[in-house]
Design a protein around this ligand. Structure first.
Ligand code: AHR
Length: 357
């Protein structure tokens, strides 16, 4: 009852800073799924066994009191299909497990200041765990220190924050540098290792943009001397800006043979620009991007895109499982790494019906 009131309060106060969307559990009940998954294998030393006993006791106490796991999540916004899929994954898990978990959700509309306000609100409301997809990497030290001071663990979801390790509990997400490298190798194959290409970068200062650029550019430089990146500019991870930037690339660069986009949405915008310029995307200009959203699979099946490096956004279940462990005082790995695959145009038609986002 108290929690529900607090979450309503949170929704109301967040409306004032343009944050949106609260999802509450429908009923109260035992925190069964939220209980830690303690096994004999984990208790490999006497010390660990002792630690495990304490964790079990904590979890049982929470279970017995019917206490829900309360997670506050500060989302970046709705800049891409990938982001929408991640939000849906989090909200769906919370809705389907409403007897055990409660989600306080804030949409920060791409603004770090809104994410910071949301985190401060979560601290005030006394949530069990704070989840955050940081829009940019820097500028988090103070608010994370406040969460630490309040004894609330912070889980970084999908993007990293540039803070000292003691200020967050874990990072759940992909290796963005590796994604960039995989994209570079695919681009090189498509171009026969030569030609001029352009790069559409993600949000300035975001780990997903910085690392995908580093991985790609370094791999091209190290292994493919005849591929030249002639222009590179941010499209802020959105389809509209991807299109706009591609239009200007096409005006000022002749003979572009490939586009590397840090996400599929920008690639889809670039495809529109290429078509409007009277060229054939996927043929005249090869398209390689990252995410694996349905739209790029449709483009690949239509022959208008060539490759996507998957980045899994379905992180909701893992977020709550990790939060439950943290609430129970269990240790979690500092990096819970997602496994990413590569999909090329020849696989698209077959794979499309089973895509989950
Ligand atoms: O942080 C992940 C990135 O953020 C996705 O690749 C992109 O689509 C999103 O906006």
């Amino acid at each position: 009852m108290k929690k529900r009131f607090l979450s309503m309060l949170l929704c109301a106060s967040m409306a004032a800073v343009s944050l949106a969307g609260c999802s509450n559990g429908a009923s109260s009940g035992a925190a069964t799924t939220a209980a830690p998954q303690t096994t004999a294998a984990q208790a490999d030393t006497a010390a660990k066994a002792e630690e495990t006993k304490t964790e079990e006791t904590t979890a049982k106490t929470a279970e017995a009191s019917g206490e829900k796991l309360v997670v506050g999540f500060a989302q970046i916004g709705q800049e891409s299909g990938w982001r929408d899929a991640e939000t849906l994954s989090i909200q769906t898990y919370a809705a389907e497990n409403g007897d055990k978990v409660e989600l306080l959700f804030a949409d920060a509309q791409q603004k770090q200041e809104n994410q910071i306000k949301a985190i401060k609100n979560f601290i005030e409301q006394g949530v069990d765990v704070i989840g955050l997809a940081p829009v940019v990497e820097t500028g988090w030290d103070q608010v994370f220190a406040e969460a630490k001071e309040a004894g609330i663990p912070v889980v970084l979801l999908d993007r990293r924050a540039d803070v000292s390790e003691d200020l967050f509990a874990t990072f759940i997400g992909s290796d963005f540098i590796e994604e960039g490298k995989m994209a570079a190798k695919e681009m090189a194959k498509l171009l026969g290792e030569k030609g001029k290409i352009v790069e559409l970068e993600g949000t300035v200062g975001a780990s997903a943009a910085t690392d995908r650029k580093t991985g790609f550019d370094d791999e091209i430089k190290a292994s493919y001397p005849n591929i030249e990146i002639v222009a590179s500019q941010t499209g802020d991870f959105t389809r509209a800006q991807g299109k706009e930037v591609m239009e200007s690339f096409l005006k000022s660069n002749k003979d572009i043979k490939g586009v590397y986009a840090h996400n599929d949405d920008m690639a889809l915008g670039a495809i529109e620009a290429i078509k409007e310029a009277g060229l054939k995307p996927g043929e005249d200009i090869k398209i390689v991007s990252i995410d694996g959203v349905r739209g790029i699979f449709e483009a690949m099946a239509a022959g208008e895109a060539n490759c996507t490096v998957e980045c899994n956004p379905l992180l909701g279940p893992l977020l709550f499982e990790t939060a439950a462990k943290l609430k129970a005082g269990q240790s979690v790995d500092k990096w819970v790494k997602s496994v990413d695959g590569v999909f090329t145009a020849d696989m698209a038609a077959k794979v499309l019906p089973d895509r989950k986002y």
